[in-house]
Design a protein around this ligand. Sequence first.
Ligand code: KG4
Ligand code: ZN
Length: 335
Amino acid sequence: TKTNYILAIESSCDETSASVIANGKVLNNIIATQSVHEKYGGVVPELASRAHQENIVPVVQEALDSASISKSELSAIAFTRGPGLMGALLVGVSFAKAMAQALDIPLIEVNHMQAHVLAHFIEDPKPTFPFLCLTVSGGHTQLVKVNSALDMQVIGETRDDAVGEAFDKTAKLLGLPYPGGPLIDKYAKEGNPKAFDFPVTRMPNLDFSFSGIKTAVLYFLKEQLQGNPDFIQENLQDLCASIQYTLIEMLRIKLVQAAKETGIRQIAIAGGVSANSGLRKTLELEAKKRNWELFIPKFEYCTDNAAMIAMAAHFKYLEGDFSSLEVTPLAKMKI
Ligand code: KG4
Ligand code: ZN
């Protein structure tokens, strides 16, 4: 049988990535991470667009080379349509359209949030339908009921900041560099999670809110620093452990509630924050206690990458779900 090669491109935030998938098997996942944002303490949209423009040709070429195929062997081109930064998305969309037109092959648009969920189908063990996926990253916090590869339902989401944003913003208050999430994780390992008491925000239904903790930590630190200017240095591990504990509690409570309400016991997590060792440990314990089957993808497929875009594109290719050459990016896009 013929091999269908699909080239997928991801450019929604600060990673330029390309991947080739052959009949549903991901062959590679090339990622150029942008370091220009570090000194600004967050992603600068204009700099992201410029870096995507510089990276996209070499990244795509590397993906084709590593798959040992030429452009002419491609069956389709896939790209992230949204959600994401408009200028960043435009680079990928324009490139994909031009390539599809030049090669006269179908164009496949992919929803970035659907792709995060479908990252679970890149490697074994794979969940079966229906399952629940908690997608947690710097830009998103969503609880998704996955009925099939292309039929998903958001049953809960954040009303304000994403949980990764809460990690990064509180880390900044502690004087840690961007992105602070992995550093909070690191220091939390040596701290006491009950040392300081930060409020667990409880939203109605299955929604989340993560903006309150930033304010709570800000006022707490202000007060403590008045009495002791070295308060942060002397308590860094305990502060990180307590902040992390609070954020994980908010995720855990809603995930447990969602599993109860839906009766689903296959639980998956996706997105950059699923790298957090405290979250993994907490969910592993919960899984044991509640007889869940827990799925956590490899870290490479948790953070933004084109392999997950390729996986989503594979499912759409099978359905013949193609886009017109007039398609435009969407900064906001529903699953
Ligand atoms: O999925 P991702 O790479 O990019 C998007 O935001 O789409 O996620 C990045 C986020 C950042 O907020 C980063 O601080 C967080 O994931 N992160 C972590 C850890 N590793 C990455 N947060 C907590 N603990 C970690 N180990
Ligand atoms: Zn993402």
